[in-house]
Design a protein around this ligand. Structure first.
Ligand code: FRU
Length: 498
């Protein structure tokens, strides 16, 4: 049943959403119908269709009382807009319907589980959140919040667990029909933990165990967890707040963390390795699904909380999702590659092979802003290259640079001159596996972003850029001598209906 608050949001997006022309949006990255978007929510298949909900404030391009926006897709690239699914319209979620997940109930209805936020004054007079978990049930378009909400609250927390930071349930239904949820929480030491709950029916939930704890090692509060088996291992993803940099692995602020280990229903989760998920500037709160064909696919908010004020003037949408990525685990590391569906949109193949680069060059047919390009760089000649730069979205004034330094084994992303008029974080470097001076970079550009996949997905790095669309030159430059292969496709979504 639609409340007044939800109906108002639906009327608003129906009236003003269509005012935003398609050419002002990315060609294939998900954006809000109108206004503000953050985390992906409820990324899942329901009745054979892929649904993506998102944190949504339709009325402005800044964060506000959270609704759930709603999209559907057949190929992870073209998005069909559905009316907003949830609005903050109950006592227990009056300050927001925060992030959560979705699963199919045995009776064929769709279950949404989200964090209800209620704000009230604490003993010091300060505003403070109370976060509980709530459910809503629907048919893929309309949802009704359950009369028994909240389904998890303070009494369901382990000792020392915070009621202020208890959020972002990710749910799934196991093969034996049991529902599970993983939820972020803050423990008495002030840092995060991931709690696991279970339910027979999706409505009555019980605490199972704490899966892992931050112990002040990786940031503070752990937000937006996900937990799944992959290639014989168990993967725990979370997005920590207040991280401190560790070498080139983790950067300051809101980061991402992938813990890989084993899971045993008796012993719990045993962590074996820790890494960042994306090494670029804009990536947070990823969520995954298992596709009907068995692929584990991840999508994230392609944005950084610390730079949300750097946005184009008067933009009518803000916030976009990453390109969905296929995940695997190889040698104890998370491997990420663009969903294979992207290949269906490749047109106008341009290939250049064994091109010597010394100084800066253009290559015929290699330019554009919506494209999929793979560049392989090899050392050549007596003066092996010391650095290699690919400049994209370039004109006389603008450029975004991807630089590789084989001696340091680093890739650097640099959008200082991408046209953003704000003094925000513009560069990030990360370590890549040395391969005797050779590197393979797959660069996917959409109108307002670039995503780089290194050495067949060993690292991924994403960044938002707002350079004007006419700025579309691409150049290659080496300090020393290098040899390159370039294969470039335009990506053509024009005229493709969802
Ligand atoms: C992460 C997050 C979540 C929360 C949501 C609110 O980006 O802070 O923890 O549920 O955003 O919009």
């Amino acid at each position: 049943m639609s409340s007044d608050v939800l109906q108002k949001a639906r009327d608003f997006e129906a009236q003003y959403g269509p005012h935003i022309p398609d050419r002002e949006r990315p060609a294939f990255h998900a954006t809000p119908t109108i206004g503000w978007m953050n985390d992906p929510n409820g990324f899942s298949f329901y009745k054979g269709e892929c649904h993506l909900f998102y944190q949504y404030h339709p009325y402005s391009n800044v964060w506000g009382p959270m609704h759930w926006g709603h999209l559907k897709t057949r190929d992870f690239l073209r998005w069909e807009r559905l009316p907003a699914a949830l609005a903050p319209d109950q006592d227990y979620d009056a300050s927001g319907c925060f992030s959560g997940g979705a699963a199919e109930l045995p009776d064929g209805r769709q279950l949404l589980m989200y964090t209800g936020v209620r704000r009230s004054h604490n003993a010091d007079g300060f505003l403070q959140d109370v976060q509980t978990q709530c459910v809503a049930v629907g048919d893929g378009v309309n949802y009704e919040k359950w009369g028994g909400n909240p389904v998890l609250d303070a009494k369901d927390l382990p000792e020392g667990g915070s009621t202020i930071d208890f959020r972002d349930p990710k749910i799934w239904r196991d093969k034996d029909g049991t529902f599970y949820a993983v939820i972020g929480n803050r423990t008495a030491d002030g840092s995060g933990s991931i709690l696991m709950y279970r339910s027979r029916d999706g409505f009555k939930w019980e605490f199972v165990r704490t899966l892992d704890r931050c112990c002040n090692q990786y940031g503070k509060m752990w937000e937006c967890p996900d937990f799944f088996p992959l290639d014989g291992k168990q993967v725990l993803l979370t997005s920590p707040q207040d991280m401190k940099p560790v070498g080139l692995e983790f950067h300051a602020g809101n980061g991402t963390l992938c813990l890989i280990g084993d899971y045993d229903t008796e012993k719990g989760f045993t962590r074996q390795s820790a890494q960042a998920i994306d090494y670029g500037l804009d990536f947070y709160a990823p969520q995954t699904l298992e596709a009907p064909d068995g692929r584990r696919i991840m999508i994230a908010w392609m944005q950084n909380w610390d730079t949300v004020n750097a946005k184009p003037h008067h933009c009518r949408w803000f916030g976009q999702m990453s390109l969905p990525r296929e995940l695997s685990v190889r040698d104890g590391r998370l491997i990420q590659n663009p969903v294979r569906e992207l290949e269906a949109y490749r047109v106008r193949r341009v290939v250049h092979q064994n091109i010597p680069v010394c100084g800066e060059i253009n290559l015929p047919g290699v330019q554009g802003r919506v494209l999929d390009m793979t560049v392989t760089v090899r050392p050549t000649g007596p003066e092996r290259y010391r650095w290699f730069r690919i400049r994209v979205a370039k004109d006389g004034e603008h450029e975004t640079i991807i630089r590789y330094r084989p001696d340091q084994g680093t890739v650097k992303l640099d959008r200082i001159r991408s046209g953003l008029p704000r003094d925000i974080v513009h560069t990030r470097s990360f370590l890549v596996r040395p391969r005797d001076g050779e590197i393979k970079l797959r660069i996917v550009l959409d109108r307002y972003s670039l995503e780089v996949f290194v050495n067949d997905g060993e690292q991924a790095a994403s960044a938002v850029i707002y350079t004007r669309q006419e700025t579309d030159a691409i150049t290659f430059e080496a300090g020393g001598s290098a040899m390159v292969d370039v294969e470039k496709f335009d990506l053509d979504f024009v005229g493709q209906e969802a």
